[in-house]
Write a protein that binds this ligand. Structure first.
Ligand code: S3P
Ligand code: PEP
Length: 409
């Protein structure tokens, strides 16, 4: 792929948020109705829809590489008493799920591991409630591995006879995703209080409601990267993003203000314009882990020194994202240096885009975080269809914006 040279302009379509979509689908399945508008066309969302529509007698469901599908469905299928094998890709079988399984077992779920203890596949054997009908079930749940376990438990909380009280322990990562879960639950009539370290869910049934999914802020981050790296005067309009968002990845607005992109909100969405870059930044990605790859690549290419913290969860996502970033940045002369104690640094280095080939490691965000570099020189991205996980139209939108992209067999 290569860039035609002029400043970037016009507008680009984003997918709808897959995080909002997949929560809304689970809650809708429990609420029994309501209309969801602008559902994501991400494979993760289409997969969730397909699996929720499978007959209750289906012996096996495959969550592929979708973390939200694997975790949210485990809780949903457990409380609805299903007997089913829930499996995923080879990578999904390396992504831990023990925290969620332990919690569901305490609530009454019968779940066995069919391969490795603590990891999918899971054989769900049904539901034998052991709960006092009057009292909320009380559970301690670690918050430092994945917030998806907590969101999964919260969403099924209203189904439990006495509701649910979750005590979160350890460092809590991806907090905004927990708040998004709470907001969506409340939209559908769920009663959920977030008291910081304690989350309370009342045994109050959801009611059917309509909801329009917002565009995806994580997907928007790649357009921020393009505007930052493209020739001076670049701008792009992204419809469907809201100023008051439930998505924590809206943090990209604040982050990119320091890395050369200003954001203007309107009724329709946002317009991004290139502005002068700051002199160096330190950023904590605990609340927005999915932005780390985009921002690391932009800082390396702009030559802005960057310190990154809060990257703990990156090693257990679609790939080990820290190792993948280190290997791929090195091809351009860049680096992601592990300084110990949870600190990483993107140093200022001679960074050059000149026909390199980027590996994507079955990770949509590796493809999309490195693609914007093509505005600086010719680039090859391997296994490009990986973007279907969250942004199937990504390459089409890049072509519309003026990238020349050829496919090689
Ligand atoms: O709940 C969600 O929709 C998500 C939570 C985050 O995962 P962790 O909680 O595992 O960090 C994020 O990385 C993922 O893309 C989507
Ligand atoms: C980590 C991600 O997704 P999940 O955990 O849902 O597979 C992601 O989309 O970057």
């Amino acid at each position: 792929m290569r860039w035609q040279g002029a400043p970037l302009g016009g507008s680009a379509q984003l997918p709808a948020s897959k995080s909002e979509s997949n929560r809304a689908l689970i809650i809708q399945a429990l609420a029994g109705g309501g209309q969801l508008r602008n559902l994501s066309d991400a494979n993760d969302t289409e997969l969730m829809q397909r699996l929720l529509a499978e007959p209750a007698t289906a012996p096996k469901l495959n969550a592929e590489d979708a973390g939200t599908v694997m975790r949210f469905l485990t809780a949903y299928l457990a409380v609805t008493g299903r007997q089913v094998l829930l499996t995923g890709t080879a990578r999904m079988r390396q992504r831990p799920i023990g925290v969620l399984v332990d919690a569901l077992r305490e609530l009454g779920a019968r779940i066995d591991y069919t391969e490795q203890e603590g990891y999918p596949p899971l054989q769900l054997q049904g539901w034998v409630p052991e709960l006092n009908e009057q009292e909320p079930a009380e559970l301690s749940v670690r918050g430092d591995i994945s917030s998806q376990y907590i969101s999964a438990l919260m969403m099924v909380g209203p189904q439990l006879p006495g509701g649910l009280r979750l005590r979160l322990t350890g460092k809590i990562g991806s907090r905004p995703y927990i708040r998004m879960t709470q907001s969506l639950m409340q939209h559908f009539g769920g009663q959920c209080r977030d008291l910081g370290e304690v989350i309370e869910v009342r045994p109050q049934a959801y009611h059917a409601a309509d909801y329009t999914i917002e565009s995806d802020w994580s997907a928007a981050s790649y357009w921020y990267a393009m505007v930052a790296l493209a020739p001076a005067g670049s701008t792009i309009t992204l419809p469907g993003l809201r100023q008051h968002s439930w998505q924590g990845d809206q943090a990209i607005v604040r982050i990119m203000a320091q890395l050369g992109v200003a954001t203007e909100f309107s009724e329709q969405g946002v317009t991004l314009t290139q502005v002068p870059v700051g002199s160096g930044v330190e950023l904590d990605f605990t609340d927005c882990p999915d932005l780390a790859q985009t921002v690391a690549v932009v800082a390396a290419a702009l030559g802005v020194p960057l310190v990154l913290t809060g990257l703990e969860s990156l090693r257990i996502k679609e790939t080990d994202r820290i190792a993948a970033l280190q290997t791929e940045l090195a091809k351009f002369g860049g680096a992601l240096v592990d300084e110990g104690a949870g600190r990483f640094r993107v140093p200022v280095a001679a960074f050059q885009v000149a026909g390199q080939t980027v590996e994507t490691y079955h990770d949509h965000r590796m493809a999309m975080a490195f693609a914007p570099l093509a505005v600086r020189g010719p680039l090859t991205v391997l296994a490009p269809t990986v973007v279907r996980k969250s942004y199937p139209q990504f390459w089409k939108e890049l072509r519309k914006a003026g990238f020349e992209i050829t496919e090689q067999a």
